[in-house]
Ligand binder design. Structure first.
Ligand code: NAP
Ligand code: FE
Length: 360
C-alpha cells in the first residue's frame, strides 16, 4: 500500500489477482478502457478478465496517445450501461478512463462543457491499472486531454482519483525501450518540477525526493538493460512523482513541453525533459539557496544531473523561426504552470529559453 490520504493505491506483484474481491465488489458490468496493445502485452488485461470471470464486460480499445476530449465525449455515449470503469494502460488511457467515468454519470455535450466540469453526480467506481513507469496518473486527480484546436490542456477533479489504483510493476516490463525511457524521464521531471513548484510543501518535497531516489539507479542503467528490481523501482519512483505533482502541479517545463508534443510529435516525457536544464538554470539564478539544497539532498551536482537527463533525450533538431516565436509566446502569458514555477517566472523568461534553444 502506498500511503496517501487521497488515493488507495495497492502496489505489488500480482496485485490484481490478489485483490479479486475489490474488483468483483466494484461492479457487475465493467467497461474496460485500453489503448491498442499495452493492456494485452503487459498481461494486465488477461489478469483482469480472469478475475472478472463470468461477469459482463465491454472492452473499449479506442484510446490513442494524447487522447482527444472530443473522442471521449463520443466514446462515453456509445459505451452503453456499465457500472464500473477499469482503465488499463499508460497515462493516456488512465486519463481517458478518469474522464469517461465522470461522463457516464454527468452530461457534457461539448468540449467547453467537458472542461467546465459542472459535474453534480458521482462518477462510476474507477479502477486504474498502469502499464508505464511514468506519469503517475494512477495516483493523481489530473487528466491531460487534447482540445479540438490540437492544444493539450489538463483538467483536475477529485472524482479523477481512482476508487483503487492497482499497481503491479510487472505490467511495465513490456514497454518498448523508447517508451520506457521517455516515461521514466517524465517521472523524473515530475519530481524535479514538483520540488520547484510554488506550491511545494514538506510532504510534496518528501515524495519528490523519494521518487528521485527510486528513479536514478534505473535511469543510469536504462540503456544497458535493467534487472526486474530496477524496473520495479522505476515504477515505484513514478508513483511517488505522481503523488508529488498531485500536491503541487508541474512547472513551465511541462507546459512548454506540450507545445513540442503538439507540433513536433515529441513524446511527453522527452518534451518535458528537454526543459529541465533551463529549469535548473533559472532556479539557480533566482532561488539559489533552495536549488543548492535540492542538489545536496539528491547528492548530485547540477551539471552531472543535467548531463544524465540530456543523455537520455534523442536529438530532435527542432528549430523555430522568429515569426512563429512571436505567435506562440502569448500562450504562456498568464499561464498557471509558468506562474507555478519558483522564482517569479514570466513570459520573458520563456522567450529567452525558447530563443536560446530553438531560434537559429
Ligand atoms: P502513453 O501515451 O499512455 O503510452 C505511450 C505508448 O506506449 C502507447 O503506444 C502505449 O500503447 C504504449 N505502452 C504503454 N504501456 C506499455 C506496455 N506495458 N507495453 C507495451 N506498450 C506500452 O504514455 P504515458 O507516457 O504513460 O502517458 C502520456 C500521457 O499522460 C500524456 O498525454 C501526458 O500529458 C499525460 N500525463 C498525465 C499525467 C496525470 O497525472 N494524469 C501526468 C503527466 C502526464 P497503447 O496504444 O496500447 O496504449
Ligand atoms: Fe508528465
Amino acid at each position: 500500500m502506498i500511503h496517501s490520504d487521497k488515493v488507495k493505491a495497492l502496489y505489488g506483484k500480482d496485485v490484481v489477482k490478489e485483490n479479486k474481491d475489490i474488483i468483483l465488489s466494484s461492479g457487475n458490468k465493467y467497461l474496460i478502457v485500453t489503448g491498442k496493445s499495452s493492456a494485452r502485452l503487459s498481461g494486465a488485461l488477461d489478469d483482469v478478465l480472469d478475475v472478472i470471470g463470468d461477469k459482463e464486460y465491454v472492452i473499449y480499445d479506442g484510446i490513442s496517445e494524447n487522447p482527444k476530449a472530443e473522442s471521449l465525449l463520443e466514446a462515453s455515449k456509445l459505451l452503453g450501461d456499465v457500472d464500473c470503469v477499469i482503465g488499463i494502460g499508460g497515462g493516456s488511457v488512465l486519463d481517458a478512463a478518469k474522464v469517461i467515468t465522470c461522463l457516464k454519470t454527468n452530461k457534457a455535450d461539448s468540449e467547453e462543457e467537458l472542461y467546465a466540469q459542472k459535474w453534480e453526480n458521482k462518477g462510476l467506481p474507477l479502477l486504474l491499472i498502469g502499464t508505464t513507469a511514468g506519469t503517475g496518473s494512477e495516483v493523481t486527480k489530473v487528466a491531460v486531454l487534447s482540445k479540438a484546436s490540437g492544444r493539450k490542456s489538463s483538467i483536475h477533479h477529485d472524482m479523477f482519483y481512482g476508487t483503487y489504483a492497482l499497481c503491479d510493476p510487472a505490467y511495465t516490463y513490456s514497454q518498448p525501450e523508447k517508451v520506457a525511457i521517455s516515461t521514466a524521464v517524465d517521472a523524473l521531471t515530475h519530481c524535479n518540477e514538483s520540488y520547484f513548484s510554488n506550491k511545494a510543501n514538506d510532504k510534496s518535497r518528501g515524495y519528490a525526493l523519494k521518487g528521485i531516489t527510486y528513479l536514478l539507479p534505473g535511469l543510469r542503467k536504462i540503456r544497458e538493460g535493467l534487472t526486474d528490481e530496477l524496473k520495479d523501482d522505476l515504477y515505484l519512483g513514478s508513483l511517488y512523482g505522481g503523488l508529488a505533482i498531485d500536491i503541487t502541479g508541474t512547472t513551465f517545463a511541462h507546459n512548454v513541453g506540450y507545445y513540442l508534443s503538439e507540433n513536433y510529435h515529441v513524446p511527453h516525457g522527452y518534451a518535458c525533459a528537454i526543459f529541465q536544464e533551463d529549469l535548473f538554470d533559472f532556479e539557480s539564478e533566482n532561488s539559489t539557496e533552495y536549488t543548492r539544497e535540492f542538489f545536496n539532498r539528491i547528492n548530485m551536482d547540477q551539471n552531472e544531473y543535467v548531463k544524465l537527463i540530456d543523455s537520455l533525450i534523442p536529438d530532435y533538431q527542432i528549430t523555430i523561426d522568429e515569426e512563429t516565436l512571436k505567435q506562440i509566446l502569448p500562450r504562456w502569458e498568464d499561464n498557471g504552470s509558468v506562474k507555478n514555477t519558483c522564482g517569479h517566472m514570466t513570459t520573458d523568461d520563456i522567450e529567452k529559453i525558447l530563443r536560446k534553444k530553438f531560434v537559429r
